[in-house]
Design a protein around this ligand. Structure first.
Ligand code: ATP
Ligand code: MG
Length: 286
């Protein structure tokens, strides 16, 4: 199973939101990482045929997805970033409605909906209206609809935005579980959402892929550029002005500042660190 994207480009007048995006996705979780405006939603909206590309193609197992049309929609699950939710629908009605749009039969939909409601922890809210849902509940309802009908390709645009830490972890684990034999693409700027579940990470900046690969491979690229400086209240401001600063932690005596730097921070009491995805994010996007 492959989703092949070739030279996908989106132009708004002179402005290029996505530039020659080319990638091949196979079964597994992919993290699409990039700051606001990088083009993540643009890419996802084009893949899901909610936006027309200026140029390029999307193919599933060698067939153009626009040619596949309804056949592609049947195997596709999508959670958009900006969602109009039907405030007067109860959760149950919403899910049956979405299932019907996907062409699912009622009995088939029932089993699936019951299962998904438990997975997203909304089994006790089936008869509540969506208009009365909290932000996090709406998110989970939308994740559930994206997973209806056991889709082969699941596109999630910032699925954990607005979730509390407990639900964030639950959804992350859920995504990892359901990813088996599926292509799952998750857009996020929250590194921890994908750090341990992504097979590959794509770094998107101003519409272009500036790096991609297995998380540890990407992190190796900035090996020798991450340090932890032992600092104090006085030196903190100076360090922040000189380096890209990551995590800051504290104990009774000292402040420990994680920094990204091409060269070791001479003149400071420091040690080298093993880079993680958050460092990578800061390195490329800060
Ligand atoms: N209809 C439009 N007309 C003009 N420019 C647009 C339009 N839609 C999006 N853009 C621009 O395209 C760029 C990419 O937007 P996109 O929504 O894909 O970013 P994103 O990576 O999803 O960002 P975020 O993290 O904020 O969701 C942005 O600079 C945005 O302003
Ligand atoms: Mg977006």
């Amino acid at each position: 199973m492959t989703l092949t994207i070739k030279n996908l480009t989106k132009q708004y007048g002179e402005f290029t939101a996505l530039k020659d995006f080319t990638y091949e996705f196979t079964a597994g979780v992919y993290g699409l990482l990039g700051p606001n405006g990088a083009g993540k939603s643009t890419l996802m909206n084009i893949i899901t045929d909610n936006l027309k590309a200026t140029k390029g193609e999307v193919k599933f197992d060698g067939v153009s997805t626009t040619e596949m049309g309804a056949d592609f929609r049947k195997i596709l699950g999508f959670m958009p970033q900006q969602q109009g939710i039907y405030p007067n629908f109860t959760l149950e009605r919403f899910l049956y409605y979405m299932a019907a749009l996907k062409g699912m039969k009622k009995a088939e939909a029932k089993a699936d909906i019951d299962r998904l409601l438990r997975l997203v922890n909304l089994q006790d809210s089936t008869s509540k209206r969506l208009g009365g849902f909290s932000g996090g509940m709406k998110q989970r309802a939308l994740i559930a609809q994206a997973m209806l009908g056991d889709p082969k390709v699941i596109i999630l645009d910032e699925p954990t935005a607005g979730l509390d830490p407990k639900e964030r972890i639950r959804i992350r684990n859920l995504i990892a579980e359901i990813a088996f034999e599926k292509i799952v693409i998750i857009a996020t700027h929250v590194v921890s959402d994908i750090e341990f579940i992504a097979k590959e990470v794509l770094l998107l900046k101003k519409g272009e892929i500036i790096g991609s690969g297995k998380p540890h491979e990407l992190c190796e690229k900035i090996g020798g550029k991450v340090f932890e400086i032992k600092a104090n209240e006085e030196s903190l401001a100076e360090i922040s002005s000189k380096f890209k600063v990551g995590n800051i932690s504290k104990d009774e005596k000292n402040i420990y500042v994680r920094v990204i730097s091409e060269d070791p921070p001479a003149g400071y009491d420091f040690k080298s660190c093993k880079p993680d995805l958050e460092d990578l994010y800061l390195y490329y996007f800060d």
